[in-house]
Design a protein. Sequence first.
Length: 196
Amino acid sequence: MDTYVVKRLDQAKLLTDPFKLKLLERFGGDPVTTKQVADLMGEKAPRLYRHVDALYDAGLLKLVEEKPKRGTIERYFTTIANRFEVDPEIFSPSADLKDEGLEMMRGLIRETESELVRVFSNPDMSASDPETLPILMRFAVRGSDAEIQRLRDKLEDWLDESQCLADSREGTADGTAYAGLLAFYPRPDDRGDSEE
């Protein structure tokens, strides 16, 4: 499966945890064991077990194979999809779990803020090539429904292209890693209604 749309809040909350998100990245592709992922991440395997169990119990990882090895069982996992998207309905005002969905969104924003502060606090950044500097912008746009849909389609195409690049680099350490948070939403204080 290429894309899995997360409709359950418990799954969405796991995707806001930066460590669990890194684990999902490592488990994407060919099935691997927790020990193999721990080695790739420079971690001790016991530190990963409860995180892997949480991802498995939530249905974001699937068990592909179990192999006996020296008195124990090696469990091989992979992700259930290459890409995870959270269903916007989780944040809907009519959703029963709206407050929990909003808290999850706040967690994503706080984590992104923390990463950006580390990036902009890095003294080497001022000497960086301008082409590699972060892009940070806030914008507003007004358009017809068709124009806004075209913009959404372009954003989704770009996200698909980004995912393809991530998939092609999976399991390698070459290249430069980038992260981002994208929010494209109708402005709550300006819905295009005119008061005459």
